[in-house]
Design a protein around this ligand. Sequence first.
Ligand SMILES: Nc1ncnc2c1ncn2[C@@H]1O[C@H](COP(=O)(O)OP(=O)(O)OP(=O)(O)O)[C@@H](O)[C@H]1O
Length: 583
Amino acid sequence: MSYLENHKDMLKTIIQIINDALNLDCAVFDTESNLIASTTQYLKRKGNSVHAPSIEEVILNGNILVNKPGYMKSCIGCRFREHCPATIEFLNCIKIEELPIGVIALTSFTKSGHDKITHNIDLYTKILNEITVLISNMIYNKDKTRRTLAMEEMLQCALNISDDSMIIIDSAGSVSYGNDSALKLFSFCSLYTQTVRQILPEHMNSRIMKGEEIQNEIARITNQYMFVSSMPIIHNDAFIGAAIRISQDRETKYSKKPDHKANKDRCLEDIKGDSFAIKDLKKKVRKIASSSSTVLITGETGTGKGLLAKAIHFESSRANQPFVMINCTSIPESLFESEVFGYEEGAFTGAKKGGKPGRFELAQKGTIFLDEIGEMPMPMQAKLLKVLQEYTIERVGGISSIPVDVRVIAATNKDLEALIKEKKFREDLYYRLNVIPIDLPPLKERKEDVGPLSKEFLKKYNHRLNRKIPGFSQEVMDFFMDYSWPGNIRELENIVEYAVNMAEGMITIEDIPHKYSQLNKEAKESIKSKVESVELEMIKQALDKHGWDVKGKALAAEELGMGLRTLYRKLKNIEKWKTENTD
Ligand SMILES: Nc1ncnc2c1ncn2[C@@H]1O[C@H](COP(=O)(O)OP(=O)(O)OP(=O)(O)O)[C@@H](O)[C@H]1O
């Protein structure tokens, strides 16, 4: 099929317009001399077979004027030689980027048509040139759009082959493309409204924007450590964007589609711990998975509320649907409503064309995780309550209600009942959320988990940082068991990550951050001094009983089960102790 065949309909329309406007006939041929489109009159009078050499001549010369059809040099060999129905033919070559793609003929079958053209030859030359340019531009743009759309489709398709998150940014850092995996990773925000600054840490963002190449570097993204690679896109020596890959681990390759079952199992398995609390928690998660009832997770910071919310989602029948997170502290109050409930076009100045779905809509059929619910502004609490009562939302500026099928999981480290008393949290909302309450105990109350968690994090960071640290010294483990962990599991994880970076073999007390090793030293010193004062008190009592002379000292040493020399050494301390206690 000839290239111009694709544009037949458009050419027919243009030819009809020329015919109406100029009262002249018109035809377009491809470079193989096939008639592509013409006026009815042209087809009737000349048929669809054209004298090929004349088309070749136009292609060679750019244009020709056949003002005596049938009698000119180019008519030699034509079947209409000496009896051509046309009175005049004005032909131009149609080119795209200097490449001939066809020929257009302005034709008349009347004497008046012939005279009109020959008497105004400059005008008609100009008109024909402009029509030719118009046709080539229209074809070019149409093809370009088609090519661009096809390229976009191809790009999306290519990016979706990868299980890794693939993002393309433009020269300003705005996200132009994201594959399915990236949209899922950033499902808590609308990826296409983000810039690279909002999704990657600042140090990486500035290097990417400078056109630097990054290969498998670790960054904390959406609360997890991931590997980031970036390749600048250069056009005409200018930075026009970058292709970014975010992967779970170095080994992630372009493999099969994610297995949601595996994903689901892994998520609950990600919750480590041997304590009764953890075992009980897992049992509870399996039990409530099939339900769509609202869950309220409470617990101190870093106890794993976010991890648990994900596990509930992936354990449930909604596992293949979106998991959308809202951190109630990170959205400014003024944007809260439009972010969470979405908005309609024209709802406010700056509102996007076509409006924007809110996070509730994005979570349709899935789960919405409202983190730090205790921080939710009061007016928003009223709106949320309405959603939980009616399971419909209204976009800002919208007039209709949109039904939502979403499971709500909320989490907080605040005492909501105390907030209710302070009139900072709605009681009715609290009861709506607190259908299935789950409390995550702090790490200090489940010390049995410290060992398994430490081992787990050691494994994780050995793998991530490509190290082979074998384990922890007894002193470190003792410290871990004694420490009160105000930052809970997050704090433990951070210490282990630091230590895996620092250690040269087994993790010792010197490999953990200074703040902790110092605490350990102080704790040990205070234990030592406590032990010593108890010991000295016992020596004193024994000496009081047996006498402070040589014989008494020997009897006291025997009674206390210590060597006489040790007793004399300790006595020196007693002298010190005596002076301290008599002061
Ligand atoms: N039982 C667990 N097993 C393994 N990792 C855990 C466990 N609990 C928490 N973590 C890890 O500890 C870190 C903190 O967990 P998470 O962010 O879920 O805590 P959170 O309670 O939501 O904290 P915050 O209230 O500060 O948001 C995460 O990296 C998480 O993967």
